[in-house]
Unconditional design. Structure first.
Length: 135
């Protein structure tokens, strides 16, 4: 009888841990940075297809991990940002005024402005790919 109670208790604990782990992994989708950093992101335009952001990151500032959908970025100044990526690696962006970058996949990163100037640019986030149109 005591063995049945012990087994039932261990089973209940295991199910609780598994359920908590499942919920936690679902809740770990990186957040949208706009509401997190209203001083860094201004929504200039938004519809069902795109969201256009004016972004800034002051020198020395860091943002926590967040996500962007596929996007096009236009850089309005010279700056240097180091991005931490989810797999533990880093990437460096040495941007110059007028540079343009394109990402055809969602981006998850934590940026840190390691340069001598504030970062500034326009980020055009693509919400969905338009259907092909035949003439």
């Amino acid at each position: 009888m005591r063995l049945n109670v012990l087994f039932a208790t261990l089973l209940a604990i295991a199910l609780t841990v598994l359920t908590a782990a499942s919920v936690r992994s679902e809740d770990q989708t990186p957040p949208d940075p706009v509401p997190m950093y209203p001083e860094n992101y201004t929504v200039l335009f938004e519809d069902e297809h795109v969201r256009v952001l004016d972004f800034r990151l002051r020198k020395g500032d860091t943002e926590v991990f967040h996500r962007h959908p596929p996007n096009v970025a236009v850089f309005l100044g010279d700056f240097k940002i180091r991005f931490k990526l989810p797999d533990g690696t880093t990437a460096l962006r040495d941007a110059h005024t007028g540079d343009v970058a394109y990402s055809n996949k969602p981006v998850i990163h934590s940026p840190e402005n390691i340069g001598d100037t504030d970062a500034h640019g326009i980020l055009i986030e693509l919400k969905q790919h338009p259907a092909a149109v035949n003439p």
